[in-house]
Write a protein of this length. Structure first.
Length: 210
């Protein structure tokens, strides 16, 4: 199965992608992780992307498409994959189609802006291994310390309140129209965000029939 996860930043796409990935034994291709790796390694594309990411803006399409096409050509994607954070614009969706990158389902997680703001400003990330937590929904065992490697946790710049509001505005303007794009192709499915991660996962599995 080839999937695209849609939803506002902070809707839980990354978390749910992990569960779907394990259930179907297919890789999750996270644009955010690919870009953050490039930024951390100081690659040319990483330095270019960093300026946009720090401002909460979208990284240019040509950068995203190039990274994504290379990743999907790897052997582990032969039986299917989950795209997390891609496409983010109609132009990207059209470019994916043009490149022959097809999907079976575009799954949209529906959630209010108010809940997104509360959720994202409570996120914490490990500066060493990249593991993510939430002070309310998924706290580390020891406050401010990563469970995996013991390093300190911090608030990513793109999770700061002002940046979150900007990212939501960008989402509604640039990304939300994708729902209509995939609905017109008969590929859109929606799931309302549930009170817990587990309930949201169950709703997604039921919608996908897995």
């Amino acid at each position: 199965m080839k999937l695209i996860l849609l939803g506002a930043p902070g809707a839980g796409k990354g978390t749910q992608a992990e569960f779907i990935s394990k259930k179907l034994s297919i890789p999750t291709i996270s644009t955010g992780n690919i870009l953050r790796a490039a930024v951390k390694n100081g690659t040319p594309v990483g330095l270019k992307a960093k300026e946009f990411m720090d401002a909460g803006a979208l990284v240019p399409d040509e950068v995203i498409i190039g990274i994504m096409k290379e990743r999907l050509a790897e052997p582990d994607c032969a039986e299917g994959y989950i795209l997390d954070g891609m496409p983010r614009t109609l132009a990207q969706a059209e470019a994916l189609e043009k490149e022959g990158i097809d999907i079976d389902v575009a799954l949209s997680i529906e959630i209010s802006d108010e809940e997104i703001e509360e959720r994202m400003t409570g996120r914490r990330a490990c500066t060493a291994c990249g593991a993510t937590y939430h002070i309310k929904n998924a706290p580390p065992k020891k406050e401010g310390i990563c469970d995996n490697c013991g390093e300190k946790l911090s608030i990513r710049k793109d999770d700061q309140p002002k940046t979150v509001k900007n990212r939501l505005a960008v989402y509604h303007r640039e990304t939300e129209p994708l729902k209509g794009f995939y609905e017109a192709r008969g590929k859109l499915k929606t799931v309302d965000n549930q009170p817990t991660i587990e309930l949201t996962t169950a709703a997604i599995f039921k919608t996908l029939g897995i």
